[in-house]
Design a protein around this ligand. Structure first.
Ligand code: TRP
Ligand code: ZN
Length: 885
């Protein structure tokens, strides 16, 4: 727990380090109660910085000894205060020897060196290395590491660190050692060690240049039946990066280690990726299709960091998106390529758009809004956000949209040619893209510096005598905290025009044939583009493929949307048209429900909409995966974002009404699709099978939104008979949603069967936490369940965060009980793990959007947390910003 007053750190204050580190030799005597760390570093004065003071960070560690060039330093030679160790005057070349002690078993923050299930793990990004030893813990200090690990051999038979294993052997007293050497310079945040009782699946893999690499996936004993998919994903990732970008694995050995106590998804430590078990362990019995997809994506993401993040790293943490946005883009493209088909690619793109809208747009419109490259922060851990990651990936994607796949590759090649083994800025990546493609990207910089989601409005006018179609594009961007005014962005707008038959017209702009889709470049606040030779009134398909992260507005009629929903050759916009049709109904019905005091009585859904849903449901020419996406309504959260003074109950009633109405009026079609999309035979997580299951299971969920004996029996049968978690969890979800008594029994059966599988127990908690039938009292009861603990992040998220974020009706209960619960849990979690607490704290971000009576209570809850004397910087920053903005 930090006790000093939170300091804001500004990007403009960047100063290069006074000393650079060439080598680091670390010696660990691992003991959960008292680990001794010996650190010997060679430093060299940085001529680019000036100054003779050596500045080291250190947090929650005890300094035991400090020697400079062989001489023990006297108290007057250095200052140790505020988590900083400053040596006042040093010569040009320095050998520093530091001995310190930490207590891993008491480290509940999961940052630094900690114990999980009796095993040692580290997490150093962003600023965890300073919790292990004194060091200039900043990413622009890159050094070569040699690591000696010593520990009890029986308790910790496996000793791992970055790079290559140089030596290992036995010591006295039942201890043993391992010596590791990382041949590459790296920043301290990529350091890792594991000392544990684990087992591994391993194999050698032939790299493109003919070398053999040893690949390992390390897990706890008993989990070797769940490592195949991670290993397979790793091999696919290695192959893909070789083929797509010419980037090879630069080590002889690559390790993945799973731990059940982890703050995030996974971590890209050089050669030793450490993972949340959620993104490693899978077999059909315990993991869903979505889990399999998550594993493939996260394994790829961490592997791709080896080049985009590790070989080329960030100068400072404001540049985080340099590695994260780029690496998310790379893992997105990998996922699309693994599916391979055009519609498969489109479905992954639709997933990305949904994530962006559901999570990033609200962030960009709320109190924590920040540019992709932030200008300031209090706690960097609060900036591992959907903006830095997902919007950052959209910004990278726009280069590819502007320059094509080949142009993008040229930019990547130049980036590595210029910056390998350097710590650089987002500007350096943009410059490489510009220079490789001979383009001026000065204005494009605004995507990095301006927060907020731009609004793009279009107006189209067909001239029936001139046969022209004039498309006017107008952009604006709402103010965000600290940025009242915005300048126009450079926006690639992919456009198509559909004729009356639904076919793409050929686009001619300035006498140039642009094919079926033209990427227009909007750089002004307002610009018009004229398409010539347009012989009939077209329907415009604007922002195809979601070519920029903006909110698109246009005066669509239902007829236009139905036309696009039936015919658009761009699957993303085809889906988008359906979402617009649904959103207009959701908003209308939510308004009506609210006006009728949320009785839900006499709501009505038009035949036009039902008919559109019917058509897409039964269209056998469309991929099942796409049909599922098209049938999935915008979430309650997305609807709430569109309403000022929102009443979450009205939104819930409206959405439930539509779901039930679809379930009732399309009963026959839903049953038929359920049958048609069964996947008999052995389970396979491939995209085609997963798509069928998704369509079948959304059909089941609609049927049970208006339950009758048949639909309940169908869900019960699927629950009883399915051999895979995707179908079992979907069936259980359908039973819970249908509110039938069978649900309670099924939940019991499920728990009994899977109580030994932590990740499935998380699902069990999560399904209950998010059910609209689960109120605060029920959540409190679940917290008393023997399997619940606040100390494990996955478990805490599965119940507490799932309730606060995914159960809007109960969380926003009019009596404020949900908010009181939130405040209580944020405070309790903060004492254990500030990073997890701070993410939960963000459940209140959008408090100003709610109905006045709710707003008042949300504000009171925020004030209650803010008024706590003992609060981490993490949570303090979030609640302070929420109250201020
Ligand atoms: N760099 C990791 C990734 O995106 C993110 C991460 C893992 C992280 N663990 C963390 C960030 C802990 C902050 C704190 O791949
Ligand atoms: Zn990452």
């Amino acid at each position: 727990m930090r006790t000093d007053t939170p300091q804001t750190i500004y990007r403009k204050d960047y100063n290069p380090p006074t000393y650079l580190v060439d080598t680091v030799e670390l010696g660990f005597d691992l003991d959960p109660a008292r680990t001794v760390v010996a650190n010997r570093l060679t430093l060299r004065r940085n001529p680019a910085a000036g100054g003779r003071a050596i500045e080291l960070h250190g947090e929650e560690i005890e300094l035991v000894a400090l020697r400079l060039n062989g001489k023990t330093l006297a108290g007057a030679d250095y200052t140790l205060a505020d988590n900083r160790l400053v040596i006042h005057e040093a010569p040009d070349d320095v050998v520093l020897e530091i001995e310190s002690v930490c207590v891993p078993e008491q480290n509940t923050t999961l940052s630094g060196l900690y114990v999980s299930n009796g095993n040692f793990f580290t997490q150093c990004e962003a600023e965890g290395f300073r919790r292990i030893t004194y060091f200039p813990d900043r990413p622009d200090v890159m050094a070569k590491y040699t690591v000696m690990l010593r520990a009890d051999k029986a308790r910790y038979p496996v000793l791992l660190s970055n790079g290559n294993l140089i030596q290992e052997g036995d010591l006295d007293d039942g201890r043993h050692y391992a010596l590791w050497e990382d041949p590459f310079k790296k920043p301290s945040y990529l350091f890792a060690l594991v000392a544990a009782k684990l087992v591994c699946q391993e194999e050698t893999f032939r790299l493109a240049d003919g070398r053999d690499a040893l690949l390992q996936v390390w897990v706890e004993d008993g989990n070797l039946d769940k490592t195949d998919y991670a290993m397979q994903s790793l091999k696919h990732s290695i192959r893909w990066d070789e083929e797509k970008y010419g980037l090879e694995l630069d080590l002889d050995r690559f390790m993945i280690v799973a731990t059940s106590d982890f703050n995030m998804g996974a971590m890209e430590n050089k050669g030793l990726n450490i993972f949340n078990t959620k993104f490693v362990l899978a077999n059909p019995r315990v993991a869903t299709d979505v889990d399999f997809q998550g594993i493939e994506a996260v394994v790829a993401h961490e592997y791709f960091h080896n080049w985009t993040g590790n070989r080329v790293t960030c100068r400072d943490w404001f540049q985080l998106s340099l590695k994260e946005g780029l690496t998310v883009f790379r893992d997105q493209e990998f996922t699309a390529d693994m599916i391979g088909t055009d519609t498969g690619r489109a479905v992954t793109r639709i997933d990305q758009v949904r994530t962006l809208r559901q999570h990033q747009f609200p962030e960009d419109a709320g109190p924590m809004a920040h540019p992709v490259r932030p200008d300031s922060f209090v706690e960097i851990n609060n900036f591992y956000t959907v903006t830095v990651y997902e919007k950052g990936a959209e910004v990278v994607r726009m280069y590819q949209t502007l320059f094509g796949v080949d142009g993008f590759r040229k930019g990547m090649d130049l980036y590595f040619e210029r910056h390998d083994e350097q710590a650089v800025e987002c500007d350096d990546f943009r410059r490489a893209m510009a220079d490789a493609n001979g383009r001026d990207l000065t204005q494009f910089e605004r995507w990095y510096s301006q927060a907020g989601t731009p609004v793009l409005r279009f107006e189209g006018r067909w001239d029936e005598t001139a046969h022209t179609y004039t498309l006017k594009l107008i952009q604006s961007c709402p103010p965000t905290p600290g940025q009242p005014q915005k300048l126009p962005f450079h926006i690639p707008v992919a456009v198509g025009l559909l004729d009356a038959a639904g076919n793409d017209m050929r686009l001619v702009v300035d006498s140039v044939d642009r094919g079926a889709t033209a990427v227009l470049e909007l750089t002004q606040a307002e610009q018009t583009f004229v398409f010539t030779d347009v012989k009939e009134q077209p329907v415009a398909s604007v922002l195809r493929g979601f070519s920029a992260p903006v909110v698109l507005q246009g005066s669509y009629t239902d007829a236009d949307l139905l036309h696009l929903f039936s015919h658009d050759s761009d699957p993303v916009n085809r889906w988008e048209a359906g979402q617009r049709l649904a959103m207009s109904r959701l908003l209308k019905l939510a308004g009506e429900a609210a006006a009728k005091g949320n009785s839900g009585a006499s709501l009505n859904l038009d035949e036009t909409f039902i008919e559109a849903m019917r058509k897409v449901l039964v269209d056998e020419t469309l991929d099942p995966a796409f049909r599922e996406q098209a049938l999935l309504l915008p979430s309650e959260g997305m609807v709430a974002e569109q309403i000022d003074g929102v009443d979450p109950l009205a939104v819930h009633i409206a959405r439930q009404f539509i779901r039930a109405d679809i379930g009732a009026r399309l009963r026959g079609e839903l049953l038929a699709q359920y049958e048609a999309n069964l996947t008999p035979g052995a389970y396979s997580p491939d995209a085609a099978s997963a798509g069928k299951r998704a369509l079948k299971n959304i059909a089941l969920s609609y049927l049970n939104a208006a339950p009758d004996d048949e639909s309940v029996a169908l869900a019960q049968r699927q629950f009883d008979e399915a051999d895979n978690m995707t179908d079992r969890a979907a069936a259980l979800g359908a039973l819970i949603a249908s509110r039938v008594p069978e649900a309670a029994d099924a939940l019991d059966v499920f728990y009994q069967e899977f109580q030994g599988e932590a990740l499935v127990v998380d699902k069990w908690f999560m399904m209950q936490a998010a059910a609209p039938t689960t109120d605060v009292a029920a959540v409190r009861a679940l917290m008393r369940h023997p399997a619940f603990t606040l100390r494990n992040p996955n478990r805490a998220r599965s119940l507490v965060a799932a309730f606060c974020m995914n159960n809007p009706v109960q969380f926003h209960a009019p009596d404020g009980s949900g908010y009181a619960f939130w405040a209580e849990q944020v405070i309790a979690l903060d004492a254990l793990n500030p990073q997890v607490a701070s993410r939960l704290a963000r459940a209140m971000d959008r408090w100003r959007r709610y109905a006045p009576a709710l707003q008042e209570q949300m504000k009171a809850a925020l004030q209650r947390v803010a008024g706590q004397g003992k609060l981490s910087n993490d949570v303090r920053e979030v609640v302070t910003k929420a109250l201020a903005n």
